[in-house]
Write a protein that binds this ligand. Structure first.
Ligand SMILES: Nc1ncnc2c1ncn2[C@@H]1O[C@H](COP(=O)(O)OP(=O)(O)OP(=O)(O)O)[C@@H](O)[C@H]1O
Length: 788
């Protein structure tokens, strides 16, 4: 062991001792707090004087109760803090720090050695940091600079100085296994080692090897909207999660984990990323899918199509006569022009066109839709929509009040009175006595006439309660009709936005409108209609908002339409947005021709928007990246990280039985070579299910079929549609059928790219018959091995 390493090991030994001591102290603390809480709960009522005789006594009781509750909650929170800190220190025992910088601050006589780890640690005197948290201001120098002049920002201003040296450590269980003096980039050696490991069924934190451009994303703090456009495997999801950990640290006094929301593509992905924050000692943020939100808001009204069902249609329904119209509809309904058309339509509703549902009671129409329309548009022409809604609601309530009075005299009410059970009668009677100020002891009786009047009032009011609720919740708007009307000619044609752009879609408009209306009439809502419908709904009736959320992060953002972004912006008015995506992986039809996030600038304006590009891809070996980047236009801009591996292989087979036989061999071979996670990636769910069945009974026991309802993916072999594999990665990927038949159309190029970029170490493609033309360049340039 050389001297330097010896010295470092000695220092590490001291740190380990401090860690052990601190853990011991925290354990004592935790058990003291626990006992306190237990004791406190036991004697809680002894210290509370409960006296409710008069108001002063009552007040005193309340105050003493509140004080007791505060003491209890303080003890509980100290106990929670101590346990959290103890868990962090226990994790640090495995690997207390991973880096060091020797930094000479301008104007300071001494150079400081700053050790960086997942969490901070002070020496026993409490005066000196033995380890700095990776999120501390000074730690950014570690990620941002090579030796030379360096600076970092603190709440008190910029600190300038010189970074003398930079070190990386590989520590396991208190032993330094190796240390590197890294010069230019942060230790490619360590990164090599990390990236060379096999995939886990859970995403891991990248704290020790965050790259400079990723650090910019993590610590970004200026813009309201941060857009991250990055190649497949460039660390977008990783950076997003590290960013959340950073925000929770930097704003620990102000922001809690439940004020941060991560939009992710599906539940399996949610499980996949859910370990990163706990690994960093933080609580998980909230995770949602846009689909969950749509279902929550709309499932009472419609059968809402799932995003993946739409994709499956796109991939399998080419023969359907409505297919071209549906494709055009998907593009139209996700466009900025359509958003503008909806906004324009909403304005016209201030003058005319609003539709209502008649108010019905006992099978009769009490107030017709026409009456409501007339009332809505009568009087002051300058009134805005919200004013008109308020006025109509008041009018409806008054009308219902009048109708209620008339109903009381109707024979059905008398019948209902006679049918009252004894119990119901007693209850009603009691209610009436109370109303007239009669106590249980008073002798005064309620005379018969008054009693039946009151009973009638109670019965009618109860029966009409749902109607009143309907009015209060504004459910008398015929929202389906209003949305449908947008597609009834000539409404859509005349809206300004569409006339200007999307001219080529105009030809398809008749068919688009036809299929939309038909679907609505069947009580169904296409996925592409769900957001526009909800947006129109909110534009008319007011937006539901959540002001407590401070940060919203949207992963796989290429899958969201401008309308969805508009919606999210309005839903979270107090939040900053981080949007991460890669248009080369845009597999939904609506984004087929979009290449970047420029359109998003309109959300908050150019001054409040910043874009960061990530070009380097870390997931896959160099040969795999060289192959995948040849599949897309502009792919030459993607830089592979230098990691060795073999070229992807293309094997052509004659038929399915040969395919299945070779897949089985390949799986066995990959396992023998150490691949823990292997994915057989198919084009669609339909192809996955068929492949899974065809691979035979024995394999069915061993392989797992991933569907859109899958909650987690475990290590092993999975058969999975490409769109569900998005965002996750595998040691080895087998493309089930990369033939021209499967991946022939240009519209599937992005899906094919997404599928291939899931591979970390091995990529095997099979093709039944002629191979997909997407691989033309790769074959001609020798970027893949071709086997017959
Ligand atoms: N700085 C880093 N240090 C170590 N590993 C990294 C780093 N950056 C990325 N990785 C690894 O590269 C892989 C891809 O990262 P991630 O999934 O975050 O990329 P992505 O851009 O979201 O990919 P995609 O768009 O394809 O879903 C992961 O295994 C991640 O751990």
């Amino acid at each position: 062991m050389n001297q330097e390493l010896q010295r470092e090991q000695e220092r590490l030994d001291c740190v380990m001792e401090v860690l052990a001591e601190s853990i011991g102290e925290l354990e004592e603390d935790a058990s003291r707090h626990r006992n306190e809480v237990v004791e406190f709960r036991k004697h809680f009522w002894e210290d509370v004087t409960v006296n409710l005789d008069n108001f002063d006594d009552f007040l005193e009781t309340v105050i003493s109760l509140r004080q007791q509750a505060e003491v209890l909650s303080l003890s509980q929170s100290s106990h929670r803090q101590a346990s959290k800190r103890r868990a962090a220190l226990l994790r640090m025992q495995e690997n207390p720090y991973f880096g060091r910088i020797d930094f000479a601050e301008e104007g300071e006589p001494e150079m400081e050695q700053v050790y960086i780890g997942v969490s901070s640690l002070m020496d026993p005197s409490g005066e000196r940091f033995l380890i700095y948290d990776w999120r501390a201001p000074i730690s950014s120098v570690y990620y941002d600079y090579a030796p030379g002049p360096a600076e970092y920002s603190t709440p008190g201003g910029m600190i300038h100085g010189e970074l003398k040296r930079k070190w990386q450590y590989l520590i396991r269980r208190g032993r330094i296994e190796s240390m590197f003096d890294t010069s230019l980039t942060i230790g490619d050696e360590v990164l090599q080692e990390v990236l060379g490991q096999t995939a886990n069924s859970q995403m891991r934190s990248i704290v020790a090897t965050i790259q400079q451009e990723q650090n910019r994303i993590i610590r970004h703090d200026r813009a309201r909207l941060l857009i991250v456009q990055g190649a497949a495997g460039s660390g977008k999801t990783s950076a997003a999660l590290q960013r959340i950990a950073y925000l929770l640290y930097k704003y620990r006094e102000r922001i809690t984990a439940d004020q941060i929301v991560l939009f992710s593509p599906n539940v399996m992905f949610q499980t996949y990323v859910s370990g990163v924050l706990p690994e960093l000692g933080e609580e998980n943020m909230q995770q949602v899918t846009f689909q969950e939100y749509l279902d929550h808001r709309l499932s009472g009204l419609f059968k809402v199509e799932d995003a993946y069902a739409q994709l499956e249609y796109l991939l399998t329904a080419n023969d359907n006569p409505d297919y071209p119209a549906r494709m055009a509809a998907i593009r139209l309904k996700a466009s900025v022009s359509f958003l503008e058309a909806i906004q324009a339509y909403r304005s016209t509703l201030e003058q005319s066109g609003m539709r209502f549902l008649p108010l019905q009671f006992r099978g009769e129409t009490l107030i017709t839709a026409e009456e409501m329309t007339e009332q809505f548009y009568s009087g002051d022409e300058t009134l805005r929509l919200s004013g008109r809604i308020e006025r109509l609601t008041t009018w409806l309530n008054e009308r219902i009040g009048e109708i209620e009075k008339l109903e009381r005299r109707k024979p059905w009410v008398q019948d209902a009175i006679e049918l009252l059970s004894n119990e119901q009668y007693e209850r009603a009677y009691e209610q009436i006595r109370k109303k007239h100020g009669l106590t249980e002891d008073s002798d005064e009786e309620i005379e018969g006439e008054r009693l039946s009047r009151e009973l009638a009032r109670i019965i009618v009011r109860k029966k009409m309660k749902p109607l009143r609720e309907m009015i209060r919740e504004l459910r008398f708007f015929d929202l389906t009709g209003i949305y449908k009307q947008l597609f009834e000619m000539p409404m859509l044609h005349t809206s300004s936005g569409l006339e200007a752009e999307e001219a080529e879609l105009r030809e398809d408009l008749v068919d688009i409108c036809r299929i939309t209306i038909r679907n609505l009439d069947e009580g169904k809502l296409f996925y592409e209609d769900a957001t526009p419908f909800l947006l129109l709904h909110e534009l008319i009736l007011g937006f539901q908002t959540n002001v407590s959320i401070r940060h919203v992060l949207i992963d796989e953002a290429q899958d969201y339409s401008p309308l969805q972004f508009e919606f999210i912006k309005r839903l979270f008015p107090a939040a900053k947005l981080t949007v991460l995506g890669d248009f080369h992986q845009a597999i939904f039809a609506h984004a087929a021709s979009i290449a970047d996030f420029q359109e998003l600038t309109r959300l908050y304006g150019p001054e409040a928007t910043e874009t960061i590009l990530l070009r380097r891809s870390y997931r896959s070996t160099r040969p795999i990246v060289e192959f995948t980047r040849s599949l897309i236009p502009g792919g030459e801009n993607i830089e592979p990280f230098e990691r060795k591996g073999e070229k992807p292989t293309l094997t052509q087979v004659a038929d399915l039985s040969e395919l299945h036989r070779l897949i089985e061999h390949k799986v066995a071979d990959l396992k023998a070579r150490g691949a823990d996670t292997i994915a057989i990636v198919c084009r669609s769910a339909a192809e996955s299910a068929a492949a899974y069945e065809a691979l035979g009974e024995e394999r069915i026991r061993e392989f797992k079929l991933v569907t859109r309802d899958s909650i987690e993916y475990k290590q092993g072999v999975v058969v999975i549609p490409a769109y569900l594999a998005k965002g996750i990665e595998f040691d080895a990927v087998i493309i089930y059928d990369a033939s021209a038949r499967s991946y022939g159309e240009e519209s599937l190029r992005r899906l094919f790219y997404t599928a291939c970029t899931r591979a970390m170490h091995h990529l095997q493609l099979f093709s039944v018959g002629r191979a997909s033309p997407f691989m033309g360049t790769a074959i001609s340039k020798g970027l893949m091995k071709v086997e017959d």
